[in-house]
Design a protein around this ligand. Structure first.
Ligand code: FES
Ligand code: FES
Length: 163
């Protein structure tokens, strides 16, 4: 079947999609968007997290055919040509929260969503929001630092804009 949808603000279509194919497979193998990672393919690790119509989902658990006429935003779509990396992406780099990087795309999307909903999250808010994203390398403290840093920068940017 053919699936037509919007990926990172652009209309895209994928041909010869089979019925059991996941959104994750279609993004990575057919559409040249390998940012979302396939670590477990069972909804357990969060490495494949993308936005679907504005809400984070595990793309390994979404059938490709389900995204017909819908909006998908991947980790690649957090950055833009005009402004470069999203503050969340930059904060993960600056805080040293990236080691092997396999968990990072999912954490970036989930953190981006958290800060859209709650610009100044508490540590327990952060832990809860990221509880479905597993990391085997960092011990999570650098990730906590990165989220706090992104929150602080976003809040200081928005207070500068409003002055
Ligand atoms: S690859 Fe989708 S949750 Fe692990
Ligand atoms: S940086 Fe390796 S799994 Fe998180």
């Amino acid at each position: 079947m053919r699936v037509t949808f919007n990926a990172n603000g652009r209309p895209v279509e994928a041909d010869d999609v089979w019925e059991g194919e996941s959104l994750l497979f279609m993004l990575r193998e057919r559409l040249g968007l390998p940012g979302s990672k396939n670590a477990c393919e069972q909804g357990e690790c969060g490495s494949c997290t993308v936005y679907l119509d504005g809400s984070p989902v595990c793309s390994c658990l979404v059938a490709a055919g389900q995204v017909q006429d819908r909006e998908v935003r991947t980790v690649e779509g957090l950055a833009d040509d005009e402004n470069g990396l999203d503050p969340v992406q930059q904060a993960f780099i600056d805080a040293g929260a990236v080691q092997c990087g396999f968990c990072t795309p999912g954490l970036l999307v989930q953190t981006h969503d958290l800060l859209e909903r709650e610009p100044q999250p508490s540590d327990s808010d952060i832990r809860e929001a990221l509880s479905g994203n597993l990391c085997r390398c960092t011990g999570y403290e650098k990730i906590m630092d990165a989220v706090r840093l992104a929150s602080a920068r976003k809040c200081s940017n928005s207070s500068e804009v409003s002055q």
